[in-house]
Design a protein around this ligand. Structure first.
Ligand code: DX5
Ligand code: ZN
Length: 219
């Protein structure tokens, strides 16, 4: 299935933060398309990761597309700061946005691509009235907050529903899937209609991360 145009977005959450420069350099020389950067606030999700200063440094160390996944309450307060830090794409959670349309416009007005993420329990059809405005739909295939969890099988159906919705409304959004992705299940996730695969522990726990990225890219 080499002809699929799959984007691979390794999640730095699973990298060795003491060697962040080396990790980014390895990704720079790999077939990774995007760097997936997970920001957690300890409120929306029960964990805290890293934030603006770390992303600014990563930005200086890579020319790859920086895909920032905001797992934070009130993302509108920080959108401009993430733009300044170097985000190319800002993805907010549906569950944190009372005014999602406004949040998406804000991100686009700042000059970034705009994504919306859905928790495992949030139905896809809730995006019907915004699907033409977003650049990406992120289907969470684990409950957000931690790396290394198991892929929730129901996500495959949600990916198919999102693909149908995008086709129906002639929308341009990419479908990104995040959580529990392995070399073994990547093919079925792509078959369901995904374009972008996020992978944290699968990449960084492997003996040869660059080879694992290549395997995901050609799954
Ligand atoms: C989880 C994060 C993920 C995480 C994925 O809340 O959004 O991006 O890093 O980790 P793995 O690939 O290990 O499930
Ligand atoms: Zn993520």
């Amino acid at each position: 299935m080499e002809n699929r145009n799959t984007f691979i977005a390794p999640s730095l959450l699973a990298s060795n933060f003491l060697e962040l420069g080396k990790e980014v350099d390895m990704l720079n020389h790999s077939e990774a398309d995007w760097l997936h950067l997970d920001v957690m606030d300890g409120r929306f999700v029960p964990n805290i990761s890293f934030g603006l200063p770390v992303i600014s440094h990563i930005r200086k160390a890579t020319t790859k597309f920086c895909d920032v996944h905001l797992m934070i309450e009130e993302p509108e307060k920080y959108a401009e700061d993430f733009k300044k830090a170097g985000a190319d794409m800002l993805t907010v959670h549906y569950e944190t946005c009372n005014h999602l349309h406004r949040n998406i416009q804000q991100i686009k007005d700042l000059g970034m691509k705009a994504g919306v993420a859905l928790n495992p329990h949030t139905p896809v059809h809730l995006l019907e009235n915004i699907i033409n405005d977003v650049d990406l739909v992120l289907i969470m295939s684990v409950n957000p907050g931690f790396g290394g969890q198991h892929f929730i099988q129901k996500s495959l159906e949600k990916i198919r529903q999102t693909r149908e919705m995008i086709n129906h409304y002639k929308a341009h959004a990419l479908i990104e899937v995040d959580g529990g992705i392995t070399v073994e299940n990547a093919g079925s996730i792509l078959d369901a209609g995904a374009n972008v695969l996020v992978a944290g522990s699968t990449v960084f726990s492997s003996k040869d991360p660059a080879a694992t990225i290549r395997a995901l890219k050609h799954a």
